[in-house]
Design a protein around this ligand. Sequence first.
Ligand code: NAP
Length: 285
Amino acid sequence: MTAQLLDGRSVSAAKLEELTAEVSRFVRVRGRRPVLATVLVGDDPASHTYVRMKVNRCHQVGIESRRLDLDAGIGTEELCRVISELSADPEVDGILLQHPVPDHIDERAAFEAIDPGKDVDGVTRTSFAAMAFTEDGFASATPGGILALLDAYGVPLSGRHAVVIGRSAILGKPMGMLLLGRDATVTYCHSRTANLREHVQRADVVVAAVGRPGIIKGEWVKPGAVVVDAGYADNQGDVEFDTAAKRASFITPVPGGVGPMTIATLLTQTVRAAERQAAAFTAAQ
Ligand code: NAP
């Protein structure tokens, strides 16, 4: 292997340490802890694991978590009502609705029930627009975490050709927008893209966000390219790691690359939301 690892575990650990100090200051000044509400619908084992990891990390840095585990049979209307109540609750700073929700639920409607000021996972239209217009707002947590990881290693983005494979609303699309906001030249690939191989071969930066193990062949990677693998299915990423690592300059491991950065971004944005909410409360007194 010649590539340097983009080590999300160590970068996120450093970020969480800084955040722990910030939370202590917040508690001292405000007399309360930041609060993240997590909403999980149904019994998908992977989603349960993700929520448990997020709740554990909250406790590690001193954020209070309020966990709502809802029955898989809940309807869109009832779920939106529950989320709207959290949006209106002054004791809640941030809201995470774990994606994906069961198929019968209108996920977009449920996301839009989150108050944009509490949208610490960056899933609402308001957050999406802020990313698109490079305005101040909450970044989509996984793309925001990927950008933070690239920044931690000083990976230049301006003028470079970034190829994002995947265009989901929570990952691929916002990833491309954030890279565009950093002056990369962005190509999106998806299930209808012809000649995926040729696009990847031209990329200075590859972000794989599909969820199909090994769909990106290591031999497609341009020598010296930066490879970020957000995919995770059957305990594997989207990129053939061993061959890609021989050609890339930087590469994320799976696991231990993107996942920990997603959680660090979620928690960082929760503390930002709490600070804003506390400042607004003080100003209103
Ligand atoms: P998704 O909603 O299923 O989107 C997958 C995307 O891949 C779609 O845009 C799809 O294209 C595209 N795609 C499917 N087959 C393709 C092909 N043959 N060639 C090129 N593109 C193809 O999934 P997601 O929620 O974005 O998640 C993607 C992956 O990231 C999953 O493995 C998920 O587990 C992982 N993930 C990781 C984290 C983390 O923190 N590490 C967070 C979120 C997600 P179409 O739009 O044309 O269907």
